[in-house]
Design a protein around this ligand. Structure first.
Ligand code: NAG
Ligand code: NAG
Ligand code: NAG
Length: 197
């Protein structure tokens, strides 16, 4: 009886020790890897919030040998729908300073638009403006909005940004500058207003 007890005790202690250590290690590890904390904006280098106005032209080229907007998906009924409902178009459209296509490039609009209305030409716009002009080079703004393309002015929410546009919020006004009815190519004037730091 005593012999068995002597044999069992060290094993029992070892098991207890293991259980105890396994419980302690994650607890200390979690202390060093905090999930959340409160931070003052100054600690992140954020000073005063400012309002910026950006003005540029968006070139949506659907025809010719080098299109910047291509249809990547559609529904069976898309081509028989008066609004091309279900068409999804991926874009990498140049953004320029002036309306002429060969004017100075300030960035690109990258993302997609899709026909989301069955009763009018209403697009879902999901894209990023990737800027390359001056201090904005490398910074982006994200757009998520509804584009009724035949309205004189369309407004899209700016829902965020990166780089100089961290914490961005605002809106964009889009006005068709030129629409070529034959090719479908369009030049759209953009006025973007954003709050950022
Ligand atoms: C719909 O029309 C587009 C553009 O003309 C064409 O590329 C596509 O093949 C057509 N799709 C169907 C399913 O007919
Ligand atoms: C923008 O930044 C990229 C990468 O840092 C650089 O290669 C490019 O020359 C810059 N463009 C302009 C217009 O400053
Ligand atoms: C419209 O597109 C057609 C076909 O690509 C082209 O021949 C014509 O020159 C364009 N019109 C204008 C005003 O750019």
């Amino acid at each position: 009886m005593a012999e068995t007890f002597q044999k069992v005790t060290p094993i029992f202690v070892l098991i207890l020790f293991t259980i105890f250590t396994l419980a302690i290690i994650p607890a200390t590890a979690e202390k060093n890897h905090r999930f959340s904390r409160t931070l003052s904006p100054a600690k992140l280098g954020l000073k005063r919030e400012k309002l910026s106005h950006l003005h540029f032209y968006f070139h949506d080229i659907v025809a010719g040998r080098n299109p910047t907007a291509v249809r990547v998906a559609e529904a069976l009924m898309t081509n028989t729908s008066s609004t091309f409902f279900g068409a999804v178009v991926m874009i990498d459209d140049p953004l320029t300073m002036r309306p002429e296509p060969n004017s100075r490039m300030v960035g690109r609009a990258q993302g997609l638009y899709a026909s989301a209305s069955q009763t009018e030409l209403g697009l879902l716009m999901v894209l990023n403006f990737a800027f390359m002009e001056g201090k904005y080079n490398g910074s982006t703004l994200s757009v998520l909005g509804r584009n009724t393309v035949f309205s004189p002015v369309r407004e899209f929410p700016i829902i965020g940004g990166s780089g100089l546009f961290r914490f961005a919020r605002g809106y964009a006004h889009a006005r068709t500058h030129v629409f070529n009815l034959t090719s479908g190519d369009a030049v759209v004037e953009y006025n973007v207003y954003v709050f950022h730091y």
